[in-house]
Design a protein around this ligand. Sequence first.
Ligand SMILES: [Fe+2]
Length: 137
Amino acid sequence: MKRGNWEIRDLPEMPFTLLIQKTDVSLIQHTRAVTRTALKIAEVLIKEYGKRVAINRDHLLAGAILHDVGKLFEYRREAGKFVKSRRESSSAPDLRAAFAAERGLRPRSSTSSPPTPRRATAPGGRSKRSSSTTPTL
Ligand SMILES: [Fe+2]
């Protein structure tokens, strides 16, 4: 908020995207919708797969709430309108990386392998993994 020179009162007016000329969906409303959707998806996964899928609710909520945090850097206000920032690099991945770096989080090494996704066993499906490899979402 501070880095983007935003005040709390700006948030309800901030659009969720600059790609649509006129939208009445705010970033706050979009973030709330994404968060509620994520919670519903988790609810369905738990109902369908039970303990075969472990969902870290804190991570889920943090990810949903912060998924568009880069827009606070990406946007600026000019003559009352929200426009794209003139910052040197304002692509979403760059902004997220800068945001994470400021908070002491390091990016994954480009030479390291991406994390191996663990597979949940679909009902009726077969898995060679033991129950101790329950995937965490
Ligand atoms: Fe979004």
